[in-house]
Design a protein around this ligand. Structure first.
Ligand code: ZN
Length: 320
């Protein structure tokens, strides 16, 4: 009887411990309730600020944070809404200094001034932003022009670099186009960033890969399927591929959208051929939002890995 009781007592303690672990995990793994993300087991982690764009129907904006050892260090795109989402999360952006634009459409870049302003408020010392984005094309600025026309002399927000603590911008224009090769653009403190050109119609566009402590996350940005070879090269064996999913395989998407985005079947093909471990679909247009099952089925007919739809303010730990 005593032995029996001891067994139950032991199992009860184990059950309580398990319950405790589940509660702690669910608290830290979901940052939707105003919690600043805390370090997880993953050295690099995706935090989605915006999973939509360009339409404001439910989802809006397209923007991502990379947490490096739990700290918001990297921003990938900054569509309108990124500022609000970071505020709702009470996101600590004291370390945010690496900015990567996949392209300069409004839904990927419009909130950068707001984020730069709040970054400078109440801080001390000089903030240096390292900014990367594609070179210019007709009707589209280069990264240097984008920053200079906002924050440079005569720029629309020229006051900003000296409003609050001083802000400096080191800006790098990146080659774009399908004939570009893999290019390492940043390699410091264990974080390596690689880029390659994609094809977003007339808009210069690039994709990025982030490698840190043996783990990797890739962002396709907006692109049509003609960039598949470049994307497969960039995302080879990546832990996580964030792919912009704005159209469906067949009718229902406009010709303009089809010329600028990649349908689900092709996303599945790229993920399969690159052998990525996990796929997160983002930049979700209403037409895709309404057909999630169809999208999952289409991708799943080619790619056997895990597929998730991005949600604003959620983190996506890497698979073990
Ligand atoms: Zn775009």
């Amino acid at each position: 009887m005593i032995k029996h009781f001891k067994n139950w007592s032991c199992w009860y303690r184990r059950f309580c411990k398990l319950l405790q672990l589940i509660l702690v995990y669910s608290f830290f793994s979901n940052v939707s309730y105003g919690q600043t993300p805390l370090p997880s087991n993953s050295p690099i982690e995706l935090l989605v600020l915006g999973s939509g764009g360009p339409r404001a129907e439910g989802r809006a904006s397209s923007s991502n944070i990379l947490l490096i050892n739990g700290k918001a260090v990297v921003l990938v795109d900054a569509g309108s809404g990124a500022f609000v989402r970071s505020g709702e999360l009470k996101l600590n952006i004291d370390q945010l200094e690496l900015i990567f634009f996949t392209h300069f459409h409004i839904d990927h870049s419009a909130d950068f001034p707001a984020l730069a302003k709040t970054r400078a408020q109440g801080r001390t010392g000089t903030i240096t932003f390292n900014v990367f984005g594609p070179k210019e094309n007709i009707g589209h600025p280069s990264a240097n022009q984008f920053i200079a026309q906002m924050f440079g002399p005569g720029g629309i927000f020229a006051y900003q670099p000296s409003f609050g603590t001083p802000e400096k911008f080191i800006v790098t224009d990146l080659p774009f186009g399908l004939d570009t090769q893999l290019l390492v653009i940043y390699d410091q403190q264990g974080l390596k960033v690689t880029t390659i050109g994609t094809n977003h119609g007339p808009t210069p566009s690039v994709a990025y890969r982030f490698d840190y402590q043996g783990r990797s996350i890739v962002f396709s940005g907006d692109t049509n399927p003609s960039a598949q070879d470049n994307l497969i090269k960039l995302s080879k064996n990546a832990d996580l591929l964030v792919f912009n999913c704005a159209i469906l395989d067949d009718a229902g998407s406009t010709a303009q959208s089809s010329n600028r985005h990649t349908p689900p079947k092709m996303i599945g093909k790229i993920a399969h051929e690159a052998q990525v471990k996990q796929l997160v679909l983002s930049h979700i247009m209403p037409i895709v939002d309404r057909a999630k099952d169809q999208v999952i089925k289409s991708i799943g007919s080619i790619y056997s890995g895990k597929v998730l739809f991005a949600e604003d303010k959620k983190t996506y730990p890497l698979e073990p």
